[in-house]
Design a protein around this ligand. Sequence first.
Ligand code: URA
Length: 443
Amino acid sequence: MIVIPLIERKRDGGRLTREEWSQLVVEYAAGRVPDYQMAALLMAVLLNGLDDAELGGLTDAMRGSGACLEYDPATVPRVDKHSTGGVGDKVSLVLAPLVASVGVAVPMISGRGLAHTGGTLDKLESIPGFRTDLALHEVRRQVERIGAALIGQTSEIAPADRKLYALRDATATVEAIPLMAASIMSKKLAEGLNGLVLDIKRGSGAFLPHVKDGLELAQTMIGLGEERGCRTVALVTAMDRPLGRACGNALEVEEAVAALQGEGPPDLMEVVYALGTEMLLLAGVEDDVKRAGRTLQEAITCGKAVEKFREIIEAQGGNPDVLDDLAVLPHAPSVGVYEAPAAGYVDRVEPRVIGQGVANLGGGRQHMDDGIDHSVGFVITVKPGDRVARGQPLASIYAREPADVRMGRDALDRAIRIVHDPAEGGLPLVSHRVTAKAVEILG
Ligand code: URA
């Protein structure tokens, strides 16, 4: 394939045809287009964008580079959730079993933590024995049998995206909104979904901090999904402070188990119920927002949701005793308490500093192949707007050794800002609802 004229055309603001994108993806995945030419083309896309036909061509070619999950038509409706990533975001751990427990199948493909953000796969792998590397035929069987599977992107799913994503990561082209949309949707559409709910984070800890960029990403992904028969809705949620209290892999599993047992922190539960409601509406098992919310709450109260988590853990080789005995999870040997250095009001709990703090304690990675310590992290019990007294415990630090507790304390000093005058609570937790037709402002 002669690539230079395609790079020139894209560089000069022109467009490639659907067929050209298709052929490019096939040739690149097969190693017949070199990285340096693909990198130049990706940079031209970052600078000049893609029109709808190009975006569709690229997405379909990446999805078509691997296998797609196909189900018996009698299988219950399948809906997934995708988050653009944050700190303390253990929503998937609660949402997948919760929604599956009320009759909607959830084949969920998740990612690992990178830089300051956490990843669902890392959290799940703190449960001893839990396997996230199921083959597609195992995923299909498990979804048909128990209604949910939580896995990572395997080499079977959109392998061209995997190769392109690694190249984007090394060439400063991850941030291109059309490339992000095509990358995420190529994998989601391979799951054989009827519906998809997007959790678009905004605020200082989000991958795209500005709401305008988040809305553009949401609308681009919604367009791709709807045109391909996958009903897609997005909620924009706050990531200007960590979600819930726990930040760190095993600590977040602990909080997710508590949430499934009816003891979740209010902000986490609000996001879980908002996203879960959208999932039930998309699946068509509920047609009323209030009723959908009640159905989800009842599934937690009556114990159905936590029992579904037990089934998922057992099916994927994990130790289900974690639901009854948290000692099954790895525990950090050094624990410290962080106390308020002054009286006043909490003005900021900066998620990037917290997320990076977890990574520095050993709970996150700088490079994709780094190992991690699942036990470390923070539990932060204050939120922006809270009034605090001098010396009041605000957080616990879980670390491998005492020197790391000191490092954790330094991170909390930088992350938690206390001011003299009353402070605001931060961005509205769920601020926008985006559909193919409209952007609704909720708060
Ligand atoms: N996650 C993905 O899978 N792809 C992107 O491009 C960004 C985030």
